[in-house]
Design a protein around this ligand. Structure first.
Ligand SMILES: Nc1ncnc2c1ncn2[C@@H]1O[C@H](COP(=O)(O)OP(=O)(O)O)[C@@H](O)[C@H]1O
Ligand SMILES: [Mg+2]
Length: 265
């Protein structure tokens, strides 16, 4: 685990969620979730398929609407209008500002097939943030170098391996200069040997004290990079704490069962 400077606790958390509820029609998926991502910390979310991990991540950056509970970004609460099933964010500019500060990396990369790797990385800063092309291109090329695919700037996504595509997707997320990165199972679609090149990039980002929320099935990665691990079960936090305790001394049968099933794979 990385050591943190005292200033981490003096600034408001990048993301703070309290009492979050989310249902899809009659299906209650998140049943009162509270979670904090202090600046410079890595929070890992683990749990069985269907436990609500992706939904929680998508609620964080307002890709999904929640029906109750608060979401704060650097101490500023999302403003809502309506209640319950009718609750939606009230301020579109606020939604855009929050979302552009929380870049997401998806399991399936989601690169634009009709754009080169460089164009993919440059797209959002130019079109969403309105930054100048030259400045964005220089940053994009630096980021492609950083994730080890500087030579692929002119290639099409289909010409890259899965591991290279995911590293391009991470460069794209970083090019927005977000306050936090949200990863949804970034290595799950990759063959084991390609997973490691993505794991290395995520470890490098953790070592730079990037704020991250990481949904992963890779327990070794979660143990290595996390400051705090949250175990979700059927939409509630069943257990949470430092990785040494969650992985070394789980307190609940559910977590013990989950870990033994996951490690057996
Ligand atoms: N768009 C949706 N519409 C209806 N149900 C959904 C939708 N997305 C997810 N769910 C359901 O919500 C539950 C949690 O899903 P998800 O957040 O994807 O879990 P996880 O990422 O932990 O596998 C599951 O029962 C899933 O079927
Ligand atoms: Mg998921």
């Amino acid at each position: 685990m990385m050591s943190k400077t005292p200033s981490d606790t003096e600034t408001p958390p990048v993301i703070q969620i309290t009492g979050l509820h989310k249902a899809y029609g009659p299906l209650e998926v998140l049943k009162g979730i509270s979670m904090t991502a202090p600046r410079g910390h890595v929070i890992s979310l683990i749990g069985s398929s269907g436990s609500g991990k992706s939904t929680l991540l998508r609620c964080c950056n307002l890709l999904e609407h929640s029906q109750a509970g608060e979401i704060l970004f650097e101490g500023e609460a999302v403003r809502w209008k309506g209640q319950g099933q009718a609750r939606v964010p009230a301020d579109r500019a606020q939604v855009t500002r929050f979302r552009t500060n929380l870049s997401m990396v998806f399991q399936q990369f989601n690169l634009w097939a009709h754009m080169t790797i460089l164009q993919n990385v440059m797209e959002a800063p130019v079109t969403v943030l309105g930054e100048g092309r030259a400045e964005v291109e220089a940053r994009a090329r630096d980021l492609l170098d950083k994730v080890g695919i500087g030579d692929k700037a002119g290639a099409w996504p289909a010409q890259l391996s899965g591991g290279q595509q995911q590293r391009a997707a991470i460069a794209r997320a970083l090019c927005m200069q977000p306050k936090a990165l949200l990863f949804d199972e970034p290595t799950s679609a990759l063959d084991p040997e390609l997973q490691q090149e993505v794991v290395k990039v995520i470890k490098d980002l953790a070592a730079e004290h990037r704020t991250m929320i990481l949904v992963t099935h890779d327990m070794r990665l979660a143990a290595d990079v996390s400051d705090h691990v949250v175990f979700l079960h059927q939409g509630v936090i069943c257990e949470e704490g430092p990785p040494s305790r969650l992985f070394g001394d789980p307190q609940t049968d559910r977590l013990r069962q989950f870990l033994s099933a996951t490690m057996a794979n």
